[in-house]
Write a protein that binds this ligand. Structure first.
Ligand SMILES: [Fe+2]
Ligand SMILES: [Fe+2]
Length: 200
């Protein structure tokens, strides 16, 4: 008997897209950013042989709550997440969006949920789907910073090396601006460094 993967319902992408468009009708910049992340995520997914529908779901959802008040988002999160991200409350939005995918869209694909939840800083041992979403978010068409062109190119050549460069740039940016640097970023940086240079 033929088995059909029914983990993603047929109209889920249309529904999510509509929710995003409705939510950000007054924020064209945010909406354009999300469109750009979707575009880049699909291209990267196809390039690396990942189901582009899964990447598209993540990309549409990733910033669904980006402009919501972190204090309101906090009310929807577990104590463990709150405690871990208390110094960087803007990162709450990924976790709330993952909860929405789980509760409202009945998505139980853990790679999708984690890719959305951790798209701000990443985390060691990320799936390729999660790497693609993070890189799409940081290299999509509306991103402008020194080195982004190189990073865009590298994203299609070596996923881990691109991620490492991306995390390095993020840490450097936060250091320069005296921002708190979350341990997820530092741990991921270390993890990727060990992949290329070994443990020393
Ligand atoms: Fe985000
Ligand atoms: Fe984003």
């Amino acid at each position: 008997m033929m088995t059909v993967n029914r983990s993603l319902k047929p109209f889920i992408i249309d529904d999510l897209k509509q929710q995003v468009i409705t939510k950000y009708q007054e924020s064209p910049k945010r909406l354009q950013h999300i469109y750009n992340v979707v575009d880049t995520a699909i291209k990267l997914a196809n390039h690396y042989g990942i189901d582009s529908r899964r990447a598209e779901v993540c990309a549409w959802a990733h910033d669904l709550n980006r402009d919501d008040d972190p204090q309101l988002l906090a009310q929807q999160l577990d104590f463990k997440i709150l405690k871990s991200y208390i110094n960087v409350p803007f990162a709450y939005h990924g976790f709330v969006a993952a909860n929405i995918l789980k509760k409202d869209y009945h998505i139980d694909d853990l790679e999708i949920l984690k890719a959305v939840a951790y798209h701000t800083f990443g985390k060691p041992q990320m799936s390729n789907l999660a790497k693609i979403i993070l890189l799409a978010d940081k290299t999509c068409a509306d991103r402008e910073y020194e080195g982004v062109e190189t990073l865009r190119k590298l994203s299609f050549e070596d996923l881990d090396l691109a991620l490492w460069q991306c995390i390095y740039s993020l840490i450097e940016y936060h250091e320069k601006n005296n921002h708190f640097i979350h341990e997820d970023l530092l741990n991921l940086y270390q993890d990727l460094k060990e992949k290329y240079y070994g443990k020393n």
